[in-house]
Design a protein around this ligand. Structure first.
Ligand code: OFO
Length: 167
């Protein structure tokens, strides 16, 4: 694999693990504010991010390349509201989408069509990620605070993470 693409995929593994911590931090914020449904929603999102990272990990191993695990910055730990958390989540997902598009552009430049196929999954996934967050933002705005948020918290509790079938 081209060295630039390899380096950027390794960086992406770090970013996906960062995303996992970012959402764990939102789960902790929700738990601390007596919102167990949002806590479990963000925990499921964190599991999804772990899956994204490990899918890259397995792919590099399959291509006989070395995975390099690095650290990452601390995620934010304070949020002013659940809405603030979801808005920060959507902004983050947009930066992740830009990163996936960047990886895809390198794969095209290098005519690495196997990587293009592999990355296509993330292109589709990012459409879902952004949609998931903007839907939650819409719902939180619709219900406002108080009883509405209490009901939405119960609905959010139903989210679970089911890993996609093995590829
Ligand atoms: Fe891995 O997509 Fe969200 O961050």
């Amino acid at each position: 694999m081209n060295k630039k693409l390899l380096g950027e995929i390794n960086k992406q593994i770090g970013l996906e693990f960062y995303s996992q911590h970012f959402y764990l931090s939102m789960a902790a914020y929700s738990a601390a504010n007596d919102l167990p449904g949002f806590e479990s929603w963000f925990l499921a999102q964190g599991q999804e991010e772990d899956f994204h990272a490990m899918r890259f990990y397995r792919y590099l191993n399959q291509r006989d390349e070395k995975v390099v695990i690095t650290g990452f910055e601390d995620p934010p730990t304070e949020f002013s509201s659940v809405l603030d958390a979801f808005e920060k989540g959507l902004a983050h997902e947009k930066t992740v989408t830009d990163r996936i598009n960047y990886l895809m552009s390198i794969a095209h430049e290098e005519k690495d069509y196997a990587a293009v196929n592999f990355l296509n999954w993330y292109v589709d996934e990012q459409v879902e990620e952004e949609d998931t967050f903007s839907t939650m933002i819409g719902k939180v705005k619709m219900v406002g605070d108080g009883m509405g948020l209490y009901e939405l918290d119960k609905e959010a509790a139903a989210r679970t993470f089911v890993p996609p079938a093995a590829e």
